[in-house]
Design a protein around this ligand. Structure first.
Ligand code: SPQ
Length: 429
């Protein structure tokens, strides 16, 4: 499917409720499957990636009922999964494959895991490597560095893993495998990655010890079924925040936005660039801070984005590149080499597509440099089947001198199935 986004005639106005957080939705289904008894999840994101997690857990013998506004999971305890009779297909979802691998490493049966073409290019050795150190048997393409791979677990031992990358997927996979060891398992990272696993394990009754850059669990702790309310996804909200910040005259309110400090790098960037952003109704939802955000159009200025800020906004960089194209001065994004191993190489895809639309920017080894303020032209751009690239390109259409045609927008359903609907609500004011 392709979508043509036309320049906004007036301004963006109105209120949108942000759909559920993708990272938290995955974890809710996965952990509920491993818990003893029933769990009820509300606000679950019915995006393609999270539906892949549901499909995999069903193949592992878990009953998951999708009702109107809730998901009911009949958990079978840490050792209740059964050997799947088919391959486990994670589709486009890096979170599913990496977290699931941690769980499968604890199972005394064999599973084969595959994904789509994008997953086949993403590094899996960062997870299969430490799982092998814990004693899991993993075999697959290029020594299980890539999919497809086969896992057989059981008899795991605890480790202290010093991760070379700040990755919540690596940390979560190892901690989940750690539940299947008789010892403590600890992960230390170079900077803090998102901590939804640690928070949600606590909600399921598991003790997790957390220090600045480390998290540890003792094996054998049972998860107990619970109710989880999933807050809205700040990564999805980002696209609308950027839209409000760059379309002249706009004022939009986004309700129900998850404000976990490990994810709010975009809020810091908007404030530092001079955006007119207010935060109201701060509260807690399912163990996660949540708020309503209002953004109004204002003049923006460039900044440097690097260091510990990067893991707190890594998925927002495609949208931030569009934001920076409308800021006065030169924005430098560095220390973001992780962008190269996402659904696409997001340094290359962002720069190539934005340059096509007239943005003055260049790629660097670990990020990009954006010279603002650019006049955006119309044209045809690709998403390369990467949801975040598709949405970032659609934003350009709102302020371009003529329409922007975004090819392959189906991918957006991975994380934000109602994106164009919500954008239309705001365009119609
Ligand atoms: O699930 P997937 O495909 O890896 O999704 C992405 C995204 O843009 O939605 C990355 F491409 O988000 C990751 C994120 O980059 C989701 C995630 C998580 O839920 O734990 C953690 C981050 O990845 P990582 O590799 O830093 O752990």
């Amino acid at each position: 499917m392709n979508e043509v986004v036309k320049p906004v005639e007036k301004k963006l106005k109105g209120t949108v409720t942000i759909p559920g957080d993708k990272s938290i939705s995955h974890r809710a289904v996965l952990f509920a499957s491993l818990a003893e008894g029933e769990s009820i999840i509300t606000g679950f994101l019915r995006g393609d990636d999270c539906l892949s997690t549901i499909a995999c857990m069903r193949k592992l013998g878990i009953q998951i009922d999708e009702e109107d506004d809730r998901i009911v999971v009949k958990g079978k305890g840490l050792n209740g999964l059964t050997e799947p009779s088919e391959v486990l297909d994670v589709g486009n979802s890096g979170t599913t494959i990496r977290l699931l691998s941690g769980v499968l490493a604890g199972q005394n049966f064999s599973s084969v895991v595959v994904g789509d073409d994008s997953i086949a290019k993403r590094p899996m050795g960062r997870v299969t490597g430490p799982l092998k150190m814990m004693n899991a048997s993993v075999d697959g393409r290029k020594n299980a560095e890539y999919t497809p791979f086969q896992l057989r677990g059981g008899n795991l031992k605890g480790i202290h893993y010093i991760s070379p990358v700040a990755s919540a997927q690596v940390k979560s996979a190892i901690l989940l495998a750690g539940l299947y060891t008789p010892e403590e398992t600890k992960v230390t990272e170079p900077s803090k990655s998102r901590d939804h696993t640690e928070r949600m394990l606590e909600s399921f009754g598991v003790d997790v010890s957390v220090t600045d850059y480390s998290a540890a669990v003792k094996g054998g702790q049972q998860l107990k079924g619970t109710s989880i309310e999933v807050p809205g996804d700040i990564s999805s909200a980002t696209f609308l925040l950027v839209a409000g910040a760059i379309v002249p005259g706009s004022e939009i309110t986004l309700e129900n936005v998850g404000m976990n400090p490990t994810r709010t790098g975009i809020i810091d960037v908007l404030h530092r660039m001079g955006a007119d952003l207010s935060i109201d109704n701060e509260r807690k939802l399912g163990g996660e801070p949540t708020a309503d955000l209002t953004i109004r159009y204002s003049n923006l200025s460039a900044m440097t984005i690097d260091g510990d800020l990067i893991p707190r906004l890594i998925d927002e960089i495609p949208a931030i590149a569009v934001l920076a194209s409308q800021a006065q001065g030169t924005t430098v994004i560095r220390d973001a080499q992780e962008l190269k191993v996402k659904e696409t190489n997001r340094i290359d895809t962002v720069v190539q597509q934005l340059v096509k639309l007239g943005v003055d920017m260049e790629a660097t080894e670990d990020g990009m440099i954006i010279h603002g303020k650019s006049t955006i032209q119309g044209g045809t751009v690709q998403s390369y089947h990467d949801h975040r690239i598709g949405m970032a390109m659609a934003l350009c259409g709102l302020i371009a001198s003529s329409p922007v045609r975004v090819e392959d927008t189906d991918a957006i359903a991975v994380s934000y199935p109602t994106f164009f609907q919500d954008l239309n609500t705001l365009t119609e004011g």
